[in-house]
Design a protein around this ligand. Structure first.
Ligand SMILES: Nc1ncnc2c1ncn2[C@@H]1O[C@H](COP(=O)(O)OP(=O)(O)OP(=O)(O)O)[C@@H](O)[C@H]1O
Ligand SMILES: [Mg+2]
Length: 371
């Protein structure tokens, strides 16, 4: 039996049902070798539809149910291709890059499940900020709760009760992740760890915190090289002691990073929602070729809104879509948020727009601070 053919080995029949052979899925190394020796895959042509169905991956029913609940029954082509890249299903390191909202998290979620349920090892899921780590902890708890995988977190003032011993998946910030790894090394318990997932891997070049991520990954690589690869008794195969899974939407030197981490590399430019770049000059909107597309709503030019953000948002929200706005500072965010809310409230009372759904759900407008 080839290890790579199985997502979940059939050691515990009840839990473990995934068998790629049963749906006649060949092992993938579809990637072209790039000049640095890593896999770069972006062609979807070699896939038949059967491997895209989530149920064909033999995941436990509660996990399938969770994904169904959030509207996912099929993998995107790139997700299936990425999972099957190189030795990823065999426990090899993976670095992957896909545009924002392409669904990067799901690839990591499935690989974590494999480590925890199949190999009985723990996983660290590292995110850069307390807020996103907390959000991820809650969503993973929901995803894994019915398959007996314990998820908790280490972030800010919050530490999982009972510590790392009491969790299977620890969601943490970079600093907490680094401390956990130090502790495991000091106590000679690193063997408990099966996977380290680093979300937003571009943080490695952050001037203030990037070095911690670099340290953390260096330690894992060092341990992995020092340790003998784990040999499965029942299978004549080896896998990395700790699998590193790193993802980002924006990694300029991704080849170098993959080389450094001895990882298979997967890059795609797939976007579930197409992105169209436009430029607004005065009250006119141009496409990226400087061809005029439209003029903004003159009716709702508001004094003080020199950038015409309100009419721009109005156009999108009134056609029932959502808007994300990025501002340079938190203060800027708060002020803009207040003025948009005020103006939208005023406009929503305007008889011309009474009853339009876009104005009933004003919460669809979200504003982010860049810092
Ligand atoms: N196969 C799929 N089918 C449908 N929706 C999916 C699929 N995979 C992921 N999604 C959904 O796509 C959305 C974006 O996914 P996710 O947050 O993982 O994106 P991301 O690539 O991590 O983006 P970012 O770079 O912004 O973090 C989520 O709502 C997720 O549930
Ligand atoms: Mg993400």
């Amino acid at each position: 039996m080839n290890f790579n053919n199985f997502f979940f080995l059939s050691k515990r029949e009840k839990d473990i049902v995934f068998n790629m052979e049963s749906v006649n899925i060949p092992i993938l190394t579809t990637g072209k070798q790039d000049s640095q020796g890593s896999h770069v895959t972006s062609s979807y042509s070699k896939y038949d539809d059967s491997r895209l169905s989530l149920s064909s991956w033999g995941l436990p029913q509660p996990v399938l149910k969770y994904y169904r609940k959030i509207g996912i029954t099929r993998l995107f082509h790139w997700q299936a291709e990425c999972l099957c890249t190189g030795n990823v299903l065999g426990g090899g390191n993976l670095i992957y890059s896909a545009p924002t909202s392409a669904g990067k998290t799901m690839v990591a979620e499935l690989l974590i499940l494999k480590q925890v349920m199949e190999y009985k090892r723990k996983a660290l899921f590292i995110l850069p900020f307390v807020s996103v780590a907390r959000e991820k902890m809650l969503s993973l708890q929901e995803l894994y709760q019915d398959v007996g995988v314990r998820v908790s977190g280490f972030m800010g003032n919050f530490n999982a009760s009972g510590g790392f011993s009491n969790v299977d998946v620890a969601v943490c910030t970079i600093e907490k992740g680094n401390s956990l790894i130090n502790r495991l090394l000091i106590e000679d318990r690193i063997k408990e760890l099966g996977a380290v997932v680093v979300d937003e891997l571009h943080m490695v070049s952050d001037t203030s915190r990037g070095y911690l991520l670099e340290l953390l990954l260096t330690k894992i690589c060092y341990v992995a090289r020092k340790c003998e690869p784990v040999k499965e008794i029942s299978e004549n195969t080896h896998r990395n002691p700790v699998q590193i899974i790193g993802m980002s939407a924006t990694l300029p030197n991704i080849h170098l990073l993959a080389k450094w981490l001895f990882a298979d590399l997967y890059v795609t430019d797939y976007r579930p929602v197409p992105l169209t770049e436009c430029i607004k000059i005065g009250t006119s909107v141009y496409d990226s070729q400087f061809k005029k597309r439209c003029d903004i709503y003159n009716d709702y030019i508001v004094p003080g809104d020199d950038e015409h953000i309100i009419p721009l948002c109005l156009e999108t929200v009134s056609s029932n879509h959502s808007v994300l706005i990025f501002c340079p500072t938190r203060n800027w965010c708060e002020k803009l948020c207040e003025s948009i809310a005020r103006e939208f409230y005023r406009i929503s009372r305007d008889s011309k727009y009474q009853g339009e759904t876009g104005f009933i759900f004003l919460l669809t407008l979200i504003i982010f601070s860049l810092f």
